[in-house]
Design a protein around this ligand. Structure first.
Ligand code: PLP
Length: 382
């Protein structure tokens, strides 16, 4: 059910969009557990792996509305969304451009699997518009970006990427996980397909694994055709949990934006921390572009720690948990070299700037005074 025609009423969309009113007019979408649906007297063929049961549709409609997309597909993980979307548009003999600095799982997927399918790819050494332009080949079909990127928060000029993509008849895809639909809407800047690991901000409570791709009708039809065969669909219970979580997405993300800004300011002034990566900081090389394409700078930041052991530092933290993943309401910390980018060979990791002393902080909704006290005591004791 579409409840709102306004583009910027984020909280209203989060609370109401996609809601399915059941037979008894309950306030929440009922959970449709069936895997078998009647087919006589209707053209609809409902089936979970066709991504069209009511609980799947409820979340798809909510996220598509937030991203100003026509439609979407809800997957059982972010990687199911990434791999299904890429394999939908790339054939043997095609070429794909990837930015420098991708989530380790995506980098692992393309480096381990693409050759087998005869798909060529270039991973850029720099993320400026000229580097994208120079990487274009006659057979380039897809340009894939992740902005802000995991874990170094690189910012890509999305308007330039979409323009280049259009001029060269390519499809542009973005992994918008770090920004969330609250801070960045790439379709408005001409990007064709937007992906999220819904495991992160959309779920927001560190208890759901899911992914989503949203786009215009034609691209979704193509991704759907492939995804129905690949089969990475999400079950009704998880869709219900995701729908429930998303009702508070805007207020969570706005608080996380605020908290991350305060913590970035604290960290950047600390003598034991030579580098802080946060697009909200004026010193960040992508700050101006981020300002022009994001409405908030997000809850993710990374920093390098000097003069102390990063494992001992993490063990000294009392409130902030050393833990994998990101985007939940609780603040967590991890070392990308041994978690998200563990499968990326060391030389490649270091060439991308992911050093052994890098820590990534996913900032939650706690009170910043408590988070800073925790960081301060763990830093001082080193
Ligand atoms: N994209 C980004 C930016 C991520 O950080 C992750 C996971 O950490 C993924 C995609 C993959 O998502 P999932 O773990 O839900 O498959």
């Amino acid at each position: 059910m579409s409840v709102h025609s306004y583009k910027n009423s984020r909280n209203t969309i989060c609370v109401h969009e996609g809601q399915h009113i059941g037979e008894y007019r309950g306030i929440n979408t009922p959970i449709y557990t069936s895997t078998s649906y009647g087919y006589l007297d209707t053209d609809e063929r409902l089936y979970p792996r066709y991504f069209n049961i009511p609980n799947q549709k409820a979340v798809i409609e909510k996220i598509a509305k937030l991203e100003n997309a026509e439609d979407g597909i809800i997957f059982s993980s972010g990687m199911a969304a990434v791999s299904s979307a890429l394999l939908s548009f790339l054939n043997s003999g095609d070429h794909c451009i990837f930015q420098k600095g991708l989530y380790g799982g995506t980098l692992h997927f393309i480096t381990k699997e693409f050759e087998r399918f005869g798909i060529e790819f270039s991973v850029l050494k720099n993320n400026d518009p000229d580097s994208f332009q120079q990487a274009i080949k006659k057979n380039t079909k897809v340009i894939y970006v992740e902005s802000p990127s995991n874990p170094l928060l690189s910012i890509i000029d999305l308007r330039k990427v979409s323009e280049l993509s259009r001029l060269n008849n390519c499809i542009s895809i973005i992994d918008n996980t770090f920004a969330s639909p609250i801070n960045q809407n790439p379709i408005d800047m001409g990007i064709d397909v937007v992906i999220h690991s819904a495991t992160k901000y959309l779920g927001g409570h560190s208890d759901i694994c899911a992914g989503i791709a949203v786009s215009g009708r034609q691209h979704i039809d193509r991704i759907m055709q492939v995804s129905m065969s690949l089969g990475g669909s999400l079950n009704a219970f998880m869709c219900y949990l995701l729908e429930r979580s998303m009702k508070t997405l805007t207020i969570r993300v706005e608080k996380q934006n605020q908290n991350a800004g305060v913590i970035a300011d604290f960290l950047k002034g600390h003598p034991g921390i030579p580098r802080v990566y946060y697009p909200g900081l004026k010193e960040h090389e992508g700050h101006e572009i981020a300002k022009s394409q994001m409405t908030g700078f997000g809850g993710m930041l990374s920093f390098e720690l000097e003069g102390q052991d990063i494992t001992a530092f993490q063990k000294r933290l009392r409130l902030i948990r050393p833990s994998m993943s990101l985007g939940g309401i609780e603040t967590i910390i991890c070392a990308p070299a041994t978690t998200s980018h563990r499968l990326v060979p060391k030389e490649q990791r270091e060439a991308e700037g992911i050093r052994g002393n890098l820590l990534r902080l996913s900032v939650g909704i706690e009170d910043t005074g408590d988070l800073i006290d925790d960081l301060r005591q763990a830093l001082v004791m080193g």
